[in-house]
Design a protein around this ligand. Structure first.
Ligand SMILES: [Zn+2]
Ligand SMILES: [Zn+2]
Length: 374
């Protein structure tokens, strides 16, 4: 670790150029090798004094040394860039770094190196990342599930800022040339005799920077409600999981958005029942329809169909209508519709009707409750 040049010359930091010059002359006379032949210590001391005076005896170098420490003296050091960087970095940290801190604790490159891990946001644009997935759910009725439907869901989610389109940069002030890299997108870093270049951490190599977007404060995203059109395919069952690629949370600028997953819940229907891909429903018929047979009209998801009731039908008997069940969303195949006949008896006290029923009673060939035993 090199000694502080002011200490080497024994002058205060605020010494005038004359004080420094006088100190140098006095010390160099004292430690000059000619005056101290063969004295190794004097030789070292003389070198130190010369180096110190080389820097703080020179107005320009002294300024750099005061501001940046020894870092400022490296070949290729860019004081303007470093100053701009310090100002910006200080603002990011919520405080201004002092020159002393800058020189003592951090090398120029270390600080720039740190900045490669400096968070997200629209300014540095260094690490694009994919947005998160969102899980959501929706409840629909059975008929809609069987037919399929287009609907809209409202989601509270972060969305890409409409003002800056996610860049975090105010679009109304435009971009200006990055002051850290002077628009080249790269910065030079010197270490001893070596020169390196790195992608500029402030502009991410684009050479341009913008003002912070006033809507999203540079985040590129805002909280909001988004209405999303959703197409639910025909035949979905309760628990079906719909994936909408790219409809999740937005990513950082340059990153992909996440996906939206919607779990579809299907509410029960008062008449229609689903078992696998088959549907069933109860359909009332009259006594005459049951006894003599007939054609009845039955609603289905595609509209009304006509179904033949065979003569001698019984209450509870099931009729199968092929291919009128639910669509299997995977195979595209359709199940069947089962119609359960329910014989309805007229509520009447009509004498003729009751006489007719008396007649019917004689037609039972066996006890109707013969099989009813526990
Ligand atoms: Zn914005
Ligand atoms: Zn830059």
């Amino acid at each position: 670790m090199a000694k502080n040049y002011y200490d080497v010359l024994g002058v205060p930091k605020n010494a005038t150029a004359k004080q420094i010059r006088d100190a140098y002359r006095r010390l160099s006379r004292k430690w000059h090798p000619d005056v101290n032949p063969g004295n190794k210590e004097a030789e070292e001391k003389f070198k130190e004094i010369s180096s110190a005076y080389d820097v703080i005896g020179n107005e320009e170098k002294r300024k750099l040394y005061d501001e940046f420490g020894e870092e400022g003296l490296r070949p290729g050091f860019q004081p303007e860039a470093a100053r701009e960087y310090k100002r910006w970095e200080g603002a990011q940290a919520g405080r201004q770094r002092t020159a002393e801190e800058f020189g003592r604790f951090h090398s120029y490159e270390d600080l720039f190196g740190d900045m490669f891990n400096f968070g997200r946001g629209g300014f540095s644009q260094t690490h694009p990342f994919k947005g998160s997935d969102i899980e959501s759910s929706i409840t629909i009725d059975l008929v809609s599930a069987l037919k399929g439907m287009d609907t809209e869901v409202s989601l509270n989610k972060a969305k890409t800022c409409p003002t800056c389109k996610g860049t975090g940069v105010n679009p109304n002030t435009g971009l200006s040339t990055c002051t850290v890299c002077s628009g080249s997108g790269r910065i030079n870093i010197s270490r001893g005799p070596m020169q390196f270049t790195k992608t500029c951490p402030r502009c991410g190599g684009s050479g341009k920077i913008g003002k912070e977007c006033p809507t999203c404060y540079g985040e590129g995203i805002i909280e909001g409600v988004e209405r999303i059109r959703v197409t639910i395919p025909a035949g979905v069952k309760d628990g079906y999981r719909l994936r909408l690629p790219g409809k999740g949370e937005p990513g950082s600028p340059g990153g992909q958005p996440g996906d939206l997953y919607i779990t579809v819940h299907v509410a029960e229907h008062p008449l229609l029942n689903r078992e696998g891909d088959n549907l069933s429903m109860e359909v009332p018929i009259t006594v005459r329809e049951a006894m003599a047979g007939g054609t009845i009209t039955v609603p289905t998801i595609e509209g009304q169909i006509r179904v033949k009731v065979p003569p001698k039908s019984q209450s509870g008997q099931r009729l199968k209508v092929r291919g009128k069940g639910a669509v299997n969303p995977k195979t595209g195949q359709r199940g069947d519709l089962f119609i359960k006949l329910i014989v309805k008896v007229p509520r009447t006290e009509n004498e003729e009707a009751l006489k007719a029923v008396e007649k019917l009673e004689d037609l039972y060939t066996e006890n109707v409750r013969a099989g009813i035993r526990l």
